[in-house]
Design a protein around this ligand. Structure first.
Ligand SMILES: *Cc1c(COP(=O)(O)O)cnc(C)c1O
Length: 225
């Protein structure tokens, strides 16, 4: 429990410093705790230390933990590779999905979102470095997906997400800069977006410098997996 408090404090401090160093407003970056492969008890402890938003990568694993943690007011984000046969669970059990990257998924998520719930918050995942093995839409496909997501009744388009390659997520921040440009272009085109999700344990500083509004931290918050 104490180690989690310390880790949370340290990560929050790094975010504050990165914002200061970039001349950005305090509190303009949200912290998502990535809890894949960590047990429900550890999530419960981090939640009681003050962390509200958690991200999970695997649907079945996430549903099991959500059952054990149903008494908590956690905001759940699905951030893993999304297959069409898993969209129903995501639409029914998460508040956000960050890994939507094609039209079919957007249609399914919208259709399967229960009408009793508010629209599902959506980030479009972008394969910013065009890596063959990585999920995500190509940058030139994003505007069309954004148009669709914006019109589907079960969805609320909030922004973009990326997992840049290690080489390019070094302090030059070039992939992060290109994500920021893509994000600002969409906003200039009239999309009301407020979330640019990028930055993990090793590179949150350069992501924040480039304009990230949400960092996704696993290892430095919850330990090695
Ligand atoms: C695992 C994961 C993270 C967290 O990575 P760490 O290096 O442990 O901070 C962030 N985003 C996604 C999409 C992940 O799968």
């Amino acid at each position: 429990m104490n180690d989690l408090k310390t880790k949370l404090h340290n990560v929050r401090r790094r975010i504050e410093l990165a914002l200061e160093n970039s001349g950005r407003l305090a509190d303009s970056v949200a912290l998502l705790a990535v809890s894949k492969r960590h047990p429900a008890d550890r999530i419960r402890n981090l939640h009681s230390a003050g962390q509200l938003q958690f991200g999970e990568n695997y649907v079945q694993e996430a549903l099991q933990k959500q059952q054990l943690l149903g008494d908590l007011d956690i905001i759940w984000h699905f951030i893993g590779p999304l297959q069409a046969n898993k969209t129903r669970e995501v639409a029914e059990h998460f508040h956000w999905v960050q890994s939507a990257d094609r039209e079919k998924l957007l249609h399914r998520l919208s259709n399967q979102r229960p009408p009793s719930l508010p629209p599902l918050n959506v980030l479009l995942q972008v394969n910013i470095d065009l890596e063959a093995q990585k999920a995500g839409a190509r940058p030139e496909e994003v505007a069309k997906l954004a148009q669709l997501a914006n019109h589907l009744p079960g969805l609320k388009l909030r922004g973009l997400m990326a997992i840049p390659s290690i080489q390019t997520s070094n302090p030059t921040g070039s992939s992060f800069d290109r994500m920021k440009q893509l994000f600002e272009k969409l906003r200039a085109d009239g999309f009301e977006l407020d979330t640019l999700s990028m930055g993990m344990s090793v590179d949150l500083e350069s992501a924040i410098e480039a304009g990230s509004t949400m960092v996704r931290i696993g290892t430095d918050l919850l330990g090695e997996r």
